[in-house]
Design a protein around this ligand. Structure first.
Ligand SMILES: Nc1ncnc2c1ncn2[C@@H]1O[C@H](COP(=O)(O)OP(=O)(O)OP(=O)(O)O)[C@@H](O)[C@H]1O
Length: 265
């Protein structure tokens, strides 16, 4: 199967007054429909910059895409117009971030925020959009979605807020979901439920997931394949079981050692 999203030889530079930081130094990776690819690596290894490059969301300047391609269905997203990119965001590729509190508007009811996204994707009346929003909240596993839709972000727990973000990301039925540390801010049981939700939604909709995480326990639980980044370079990649059982690089071994949860698995 040819990959849905393919990054080839990507080079991302942050050109700062103090010098150039190379966040991605020849990164290549690929993910197919229905597959989950984890991108792991220590802090500063370039995971987020690489993820953001897919929708060209790194701030330019200082960011410069200095080489490589980000191919969606063979089309290079680094070279499409802003207008096309706006259409691709949410419709073809959506993102979920770590901290829903910073992405949700604190002054608006969550149902209204989801409904706004619905109206961006389909011409729906206010009432129809509101109904679709409640349905999306329900699909994201939010109990009593009708009531929750009428609440403000601060009235929801961290786990429910993340479900709202997932509902918003999936309204446009994207084919690729990029999740950057989606469960890092949550406690362990809530983390597990959110991961289950992502796996379940993926099964139902067949989307490709790129999961950015520093948590190899999360990778073991949900990913099919893994790419290990270090200083902007892929040091190792392969299916999760082989990489975890027989890591080729000391760096990967160190990451594995730093994840005590895995020893029990
Ligand atoms: N907007 C920016 N301006 C300047 N430098 C940046 C910017 N974003 C990222 N960088 C730099 O690029 C490098 C890679 O950062 P990136 O955030 O991609 O790493 P990461 O692996 O996601 O780390 P973390 O797990 O801490 O989020 C780092 O050296 C970082 O300082």
């Amino acid at each position: 199967m040819s990959p849905l999203l393919e990054i080839t030889d990507l080079r991302i530079e942050f050109r700062l007054a103090t010098g150039t930081v190379t966040a991605a130094d020849g990164v290549s990776l690929a993910v197919s429909a229905g597959e989950t690819l984890a991108v792991v690596g220590e802090s500063g290894s370039g995971k987020t910059a690489t993820a953001l490059s897919v929708l060209r969301l790194n701030p330019e300047p200082p960011c410069v895409y200095a080489g490589g391609e980000v191919l969606l269905d063979g089309r290079d997203l680094l070279r499409v117009s802003e207008k096309d990119l706006r259409r691709i965001r949410g419709n073809d590729v959506a993102m979920v971030f770590q901290d829903p509190m910073t992405s949700l508007n604190p002054l608006k009811r969550v149902g209204a925020q989801v409904a706004e996204v619905v109206r961006k994707h389909q011409s729906a009346s206010r009432a129809a959009a509101r109904e679709a929003a409640v349905a999306a909240l329900r699909e994201a596993g939010i109990p009593d979605p009708q009531r929750r839709a009428g609440q403000y972000p601060h009235q929801l727990s961290g786990g429910l807020r993340q479900r709202v973000m997932i509902a918003m990301a999936l309204v446009g039925r994207p084919r690729v979901l990029i999740a950057d540390e989606p469960t890092t801010a949550l406690d362990v049981t809530v983390q597990a439920r959110i991961l289950e939700l992502l796996v379940d939604l993926q099964r139902r909709h067949g989307m490709a997931i790129v999961l950015i995480t520093h948590d190899l326990g999360v990778v073991a639980e949900v990913a099919d394949r893994v790419v290990v980044l270090r200083s902007g370079q892929v040091v190792e990649s392969g299916d999760v079981v082989s990489v975890f059982e027989r890591p080729r690089e000391d760096y990967t071994r160190d990451l594995l050692r730093a994840t005590p949860k895995l020893e029990r698995a």
